[in-house]
Design a protein around this ligand. Structure first.
Ligand code: ATP
Length: 359
């Protein structure tokens, strides 16, 4: 069993603050992903959990036991890196079994574990090959296998799919999720790819500038982003943002942006009062923007792009471009007039002074 808890973890390199102050608890057997843009401190956070980097402050606990003083090999963790180095002169089977041989596990047991792990990763037929006889995806599987062959309380993965092409990344995402279910162990995963974070995780911690911006389930992060950064980073194509003003008008709650008026839902009352008299930022995801013949704000089609099952339609609305994701087929002729209807129940409001979500 391994619950991993970080309390006020901090890391400075010289004068550079890589991780400012991170507190979070990864439950036993949970798949938690640290996601954020390059340089936000996610790799450094993972390296402090596994013991490859000393903390400048704070503490890491495994099942309530502080581990800051323990070197990496004394912590109950296995790590998979982006740049996996396989032993070039050893076969796949020998690469897989290496850690167990070091632990002096009996030969027959190593052979059985190698077969088991190879089967779970679909590399049974490759066991006698050398790394140079493998494709990139096969090598990545061997690297994963080498880590998961050891029984560890927590598996720490730093961008393990980033060297793979898009198609392989997609299939490996599903396999990693299966592997997590099969192993039933704690996984802490680092990526800058929000799709990986969304598809695999039980919970996601979104990081920026050495701080966790929000830590919640993928559904929660997507539906209720805590601030403008999370709202803009998570979701593809990204959320639309419009800067305008909110006001009460009789019994109605309105957002106005130039000639565009959007009626807000009843439960937006407190948010409207909070932002009244200053700028407000309205956020709406492309799938919550509907295109109709009439009844909404008048716009003009700027461009329409077929995504497959959906069409991404960019509409000029006043001076802004708003994206709508509508089911295909959609006749999106350039410059055609269109009426933009925003689903009021799906609207987000942010306070631009600090980025905080108020609705
Ligand atoms: P990436 O996705 O690019 O790997 P990241 O979110 O994982 O980014 P970190 O690698 O944790 O970010 O780095 C966080 C910050 O700390 C960056 O500004 C980086 O330049 C700095 N940093 C990381 N390692 C060191 C180091 N050994 N010495 C000095 N600065 C470092």
């Amino acid at each position: 069993m391994a619950e991993v808890r970080l309390e006020n973890v901090r890391k400075e390199f010289g004068g550079v603050v890589a991780v400012e102050d991170v507190s979070l608890t990864v439950a036993d057997r949970e798949f938690l992903t640290l996601v954020g843009p390059s340089g936000c401190g996610k790799s450094t956070t993972l390296r402090m959990i596994c013991g490859l980097e000393r903390m400048s402050g704070g503490q890491v606990f495994f099942d309530d036991v502080p581990v800051a003083h323990l070197p990496a090999n004394k912590r109950d963790v296995a790590m998979v890196f982006q740049s996996y180095a396989l032993y070039p002169h050893k076969t796949v089977a020998q690469n897989l079994g290496f850690a167990l041989r070091n632990l002096r596990v009996p030969k027959a047991e190593i052979a059985a574990r190698v077969d088991e792990v190879a089967a779970s990763l679909g590399i049974e037929s490759l066991l006698e090959r050398k790394p140079k006889e493998l494709s990139g995806g096969q090598r990545q599987r061997v690297a994963l296998g080498r880590a998961v062959i050891r029984d560890a309380g927590a598996y720490l993965l730093d961008e393990p799919l980033s060297n793979l092409d898009a198609q392989l990344r997609g299939s490996m995402r599903a396999e990693l999720k299966r592997l997590h279910a099969d192993l039933s162990r704690t996984f802490i995963y680092v990526t800058h790819d929000q799709v990986e974070a969304m598809t695999m995780s039980d919970r996601i911690a979104v990081m920026k500038d050495g701080l966790v911006q929000q830590c919640a389930s993928p559904e929660e992060i997507y539906a209720r982003p805590a601030n403008l950064f999370v709202a803009s980073f998570m979701g593809s194509p990204p959320m639309n943002f419009l800067t305008g003003e909110v006001q009460r008008d009789g019994g109605r709650l309105l957002f106005r942006h130039g000639a565009v008026t959007i009626e807000l839902p009843e439960h937006a009352g407190a948010a409207v009062d909070e932002l009244a008299g200053r700028d407000a930022v309205l956020g709406i995801r492309p799938e919550d923007v509907l295109l109709a013949g009439s009844g909404g704000a008048a716009g003009q089609i700027f461009v329409a792009e077929l995504l497959g099952a959906d069409v991404l339609v960019t509409v000029r609305l006043g001076e802004e471009l708003v994206k709508a994701r509508v089911p295909a087929p959609y006749d999106g002729r350039v410059n055609a007039a269109v009426s933009v209807v925003i689903d009021p129940d799906k609207v987000h409001l942010f306070d631009p002074s600090d980025g905080r979500a108020v609705l």
